[in-house]
Write a protein that binds this ligand. Structure first.
Ligand SMILES: *Cc1c(COP(=O)(O)O)cnc(C)c1O
Length: 404
């Protein structure tokens, strides 16, 4: 529920906002952000409680509505995103679901790009239709497909760019133009780009959602999420009542961990993006690798668009191993440093085989449509020594190419 204090923070540079944004010290003058592990708050009188519930005083009522540590996280992230409003959530999926469910009702339409994180796909393809919401998936890179789908009135558009795991880039300003003409609000899942590499609100989107579990924590400790917007009407009349009464609230402890994550986000990202680009170049053209997908590579089909919308290619590199699932499994099993994990954005390098994990539920036909082959692996580049990561990948590649 942070409506941020950009006025004072507006002049401060990013590195300062990452460390100091939202800091609200108590009378004990602590250096680090205080952790308010409290579910409720007390009132000096019955009349004070009445005023609080009527919304006549601005104060904390209950941690499902808001909590001072959560507010510090929300304010800091809002300052980094340069957004007016940020609402913290318990996870990225809580942010995705709340941002859409507060918006669309029975009989209304939601259009989304097909290349989605597995759980986002489930929310749009399976859950929303149960409430009578009509949903349609389109090829996010095909503007004609967007135009066809958005020829009818639509309540919300949802997209990820870059997408998981194929790292497709969607032209956000062009989709926004089509969406707004159809009356839709545009929700961008900006997890892969992070608030530092891409600013969807400045590209015209209405709402940005994050899984803070990924780069914002970035150290594998906690779940978290956030919804950011400059749309006060959406915030006041749709998101706030939905959020208050359905309970996707962020825990104060997790908010505190995430505040600490934000302090080093810029430093971690610079190192991880730099290593990811070097690894993508290193892997491209190597024997046993069919293709490397990385927005920062000139060979990426939307490289120019990526470099227009983003300031770097990100921390994820996907590549297709010749030899399908068998080669991919051999490759993963031969790694000694890089861990097999479906998480991403971590300080530890992690790798996953999307076809049998994050995107397993979709079935072969839908995976094929999304470009997720059986040889595709997704590497999240961490903070280890680049030479060590390279050596691990080279060893595993040799094992994947081995006989049998
Ligand atoms: C991980 C992820 C989510 C979900 O976030 P959780 O914090 O795991 O709930 C949503 N979208 C994308 C693109 C993700 O990578």
């Amino acid at each position: 529920m942070a409506e941020n204090c950009l006025k004072s923070a507006g002049k401060r540079k990013l590195a300062t906002r990452l460390v100091r944004g939202g800091l609200a010290r108590t009378l004990f003058a602590e250096t680090s952000e205080a952790l308010f592990l409290t579910s409720g708050f007390v009132y000096g009188s019955a009349a004070e409680a009445e005023r609080a519930f009527k919304g006549k005083t601005k104060r904390y009522i209950y941690s499902r509505y808001g909590n001072p540590t959560v507010t510090m996280f929300e304010t800091r992230l809002a300052e980094i995103e340069e957004a007016d409003i940020c609402v913290g959530t318990a996870s990225g999926m809580a942010a995705v679901f709340a941002s859409l469910a507060c918006l669309a009702g029975a009989g209304e339409r939601v259009v989304a790009a097909r290349a989605l994180f597995g759980s986002c796909h489930y929310v749009i393809h399976d859950i929303l239709p149960r409430f009578g919401i009509k949903t349609e998936l389109v090829d996010g890179t095909d503007l004609k497909a967007w135009a066809r789908a958005l020829a009818r009135p639509t309540r919300a558009v949802f997209l990820e760019s870059p997408s998981n795991p194929t790292l497709e880039i969607i032209d956000i300003p062009k989709v926004v133009r089509l969406a707004h003409r159809a009356g839709a609000k545009v929700v961008v899942d900006n997890v892969f780009a992070t608030p530092l590499l891409q600013k969807p609100l400045q590209l015209g989107a209405d709402i940005v959602v994050y899984s803070a579990t990924k780069h914002i924590d970035g150290q594998g400790r906690t779940l978290g999420g956030a919804i950011l917007t400059n749309d006060r009407d959406y915030y006041a009349n749709q998101l706030t009542p939905f959020y208050r009464h359905t309970g996707p609230a962020l825990s104060p402890f997790n908010a505190w961990v995430l505040l600490k994550g934000l302090e080093t986000l810029d430093l971690r990202l610079k190192a991880q993006c730099d290593a990811a680009l070097k690894l993508a170049r290193f892997l491209e053209g190597r024997r046993g690798i069919r293709r490397v997908l990385y927005p920062g590579l000139a060979s990426h089909p939307q490289h120019r668009l990526a470099m227009k919308q983003m300031t770097a290619g990100g921390t994820l590199v996907s590549f297709d191993l010749a030899g399908g699932k068998r080669a991919a499994f051999r490759f993963l099993d031969a790694l000694e440093l890089v861990d097999i994990s479906n998480n991403l954005g971590d300080s530890k390098s992690l790798i996953t085989h999307p076809a049998t994990t994050t995107h397993q539920r979709l079935g072969a036909a839908e995976r094929a449509r999304m470009g997720i082959g059986d040889g595709l692996v997704r590497l999240s580049v961490g903070l280890e020594d680049l030479g060590d990561i390279k050596a691990d990948l080279v060893r595993a590649l040799a094992a994947a190419l081995g006989k049998g």
